[in-house]
Design a protein around this ligand. Structure first.
Ligand SMILES: *Cc1c(COP(=O)(O)O)cnc(C)c1O
Length: 392
């Protein structure tokens, strides 16, 4: 069986974990948490701060608190995303306002954002799907003209950039994930990036259960106390030690993924030739990506099902992706739709993700691509189903 995902080890994880055990400090905000934050600040090119969290979900919840989301406030986001993008704001009484995605990148369609803005809109949350950048210049310009915050859901995007700037450093705030399915992992884990320095002090308080404990540790106050709302959002030192080993290998891990991504892309492009009825990932000029995932867009939902089943029968575990949030039970209850959802619904019903991780062997990559292409080509040559017609 070829697994869909397999976390890549950097090599020094156990050594750093051992070091934490010997230091005898297991709670959060110790030596390794500090090393991870400093590493990320340097790697990202100097945001105001990076705070480690126990998940990207936690970082998004912190962002919603920092954005001061009140009941009824609206937050514009794609529907084609993970539940946490929306839930973080719903927990504060906010309303996710869903707009459609672009056909090429599957990122939020920046041209639909402006007409979704109302007097209750507080923030825009672009999600960099597959680690490929949203059109951030356009999004930042809209936010600026309307006085809105931008919170990047950069869960999948560590190491990617947009016109020379690292993703996660463009919005006011950004959230990364180190969940085991992402490029850099610590089992569960995340980080909040603070680009707008006015959020720095309150972010530290919210993360430390609403206390000014961080200032106390720096010797800035002589006792710490309850000063604001907050929760426990920090990871333990064990998680931070594991993460530090991974972070030090971020460029190597990403480039091994990229080699596989490029191999897939070349095989599909060459084999499909000018056949545009099958969609492949699109990366615009001027941006680089971290090869978080490789997908193929089949011609219709039946083909998606058949390719997934055919790969499974060959011992290859490929998977679909998000059920659009606007069509989910909770999404209908808590959210609102502000545009047509044709692209979201069509892509969701046609997309197939292929296995991609650094330890995937080249022979396996070739086998996966060949089997997928054969399943696609068979259906094409049979011609017994309509070539368009996504589920609407
Ligand atoms: C993985 C992911 C999350 C959640 O990350 P956790 O670290 O598991 O909380 C949020 N948003 C997107 C787009 C993701 O891919």
């Amino acid at each position: 069986m070829i697994r869909f995902n397999f976390p890549c080890l950097a090599g020094s994880e156990l050594e750093y974990l051992q070091d934490v055990l010997e230091r005898g400090r297991l709670a959060g905000d110790g030596e390794y948490t500090k090393r991870c934050s400093e590493f990320l600040v340097n790697y990202l090119g100097g945001p105001a701060g990076v705070l480690l969290t126990h998940s990207c979900t936690a970082a998004l919840e912190m962002a919603a608190l920092l954005a001061d989301i009140q009941p009824g406030d609206e937050v514009i986001m794609p529907s084609y995303t993970f539940v946490s993008t929306a839930n973080a704001f719903v927990l504060r009484g906010g309303i996710p306002v869903f707009v459609d995605i672009r056909k090429d990148t599957l990122n939020i369609d920046e041209n639909l954002i402006e007409s979704a803005i109302t007097p209750r809109t507080k923030a825009i949350v672009p999600v960099h799907y597959a680690g490929v950048a949203c059109e951030m210049d356009v999004i930042m310009d809209i936010a600026k003209r309307h006085g809105l915050m931008v919170i990047e859901d950069a869960a999948q995007a560590l190491g990617s950039d947009y016109r020379g700037r690292k993703l996660g450093t463009i919005g006011d705030l950004a959230a990364f994930s180190f969940h085991e399915t992402k490029n850099i992992v610590s089992g569960e884990g995340g980080a909040l990036v603070i680009n707008n320095p006015r959020f720095m002090e309150r972010a530290e308080i919210i993360r430390e259960k609403g206390t000014n404990r961080s200032r106390f540790f720096r010797g800035e106050v002589d006792k710490y106390t309850w000063v604001d709302v907050g929760s426990s959002y920090l990871p333990s030192e064990l998680v931070a030690a594991f993460l530090y080993a991974q972070l030090r290998s971020v460029d190597e891990i990403n480039s091994r993924r990229l080699a596989i991504w490029n191999r897939y892309h070349k095989m599909f492009r060459e084999s499909l030739g000018h056949d545009e009825s099958i969609g492949l990932p699109f990366v615009a000029e001027g941006i680089t990506h971290n090869a978080h995932l490789f997908h193929v867009i089949t011609r219709d939902p039946e083909e998606q099902e058949r390719v997934l089943a055919g790969l499974k029968a060959s011992g290859i575990s490929a998977v679909f992706h998000y059920v659009p949030l606007h069509s989910s039970d909770a999404g209908r209850r808590f959210g609102r739709v502000a545009s047509g959802m044709q692209v979201t619904e069509s892509m969701s019903a046609r997309l197939v993700r292929l296995p991609l991780y650094p330890d995937l062997r080249e022979s396996e990559v070739v086998e996966i691509a060949e089997k997928t292409l054969a399943l696609l080509t068979t259906s094409n040559s049979r011609g017994d189903f309509p070539v368009s017609g996504a589920r609407q």
